[in-house]
Design a protein around this ligand. Structure first.
Ligand SMILES: [Zn+2]
Length: 203
């Protein structure tokens, strides 16, 4: 097993090593943080983004997680309105975005049309075809496990380019997550995870 700590594309707790992108709701001392505006916690009515929020974005490495969730959060129309203004803000500050998607892929892809910065679809659990579609569109994708055989088959056949790994809310260390995925794919994902992390954040 590798002694290098893998990079964590998306976590809610400070991680190990140098490369983890901490999703936060306010200020943090973490080197790389992403300011979240989680669809679960949106108000029932749209309220424009505040100057304070926009000010906070200046010290962040990314915006997210943001996105759409068909099963949780307010009405999708409200979620979409937020997503649109958040993408505008990310574009204004030249920030990459971390996307939360639950059964809203086509709506999210339509919101992202013309968005010029890097995009990460986090928590991916779909099959090989869905993965191929996102990667072919130039997006980054991260996951904390290989959740089905078609996803495994795609990665084994096509390699790990633009894919990363994440601990999210699992409570499992990124080292253990990397070990599980590496075992499953029979490839050490550590170095690729760091590569993807650096390219996503352009560091
Ligand atoms: Zn998360």
């Amino acid at each position: 097993m590798s002694l290098t700590v893998p990079a964590d594309m998306h976590t809610h707790q400070p991680g190990q090593g140098e490369y983890f992108l901490l999703s936060v709701n306010g200020n943090t001392a973490a080197k790389y943080c992403s300011r979240e505006f989680h669809p679960w916690h949106l108000p029932e009515k749209f309220v424009p983004l505040t100057d304070e929020f926009l000010e906070e974005l200046k010290s962040c490495s990314a915006l997210g997680e943001i996105g759409l969730d068909r099963l949780r959060g307010p009405d999708l129309m409200i979620q979409r309105r937020y997503l649109d203004v958040l993408l505008e803000a990310a574009q204004h500050f030249s920030l990459p975005v971390v996307i939360h998607n639950v059964r809203c892929e086509s709506e999210i892809l339509s919101a992202l049309r013309g968005f010029p910065n890097a995009v990460l679809f986090h928590g991916f659990r779909g099959g090989g075809k869905a993965l191929e579609k996102l990667l072919d569109a130039g997006y980054f994708v991260s996951f904390s496990e290989i959740s089905n055989v078609s996803m495994a088959a795609y990665l084994k056949a096509n390699g790990l380019h633009n894919t990363g790994i994440e601990s999210d809310y699992t409570g499992i260390s990124i080292t253990d997550i990397a070990a599980g995925i590496s075992r499953c794919l029979d490839i050490d994902v550590t170095y690729n995870s760091i590569n993807t992390f650096k390219r996503f954040l352009a560091i």
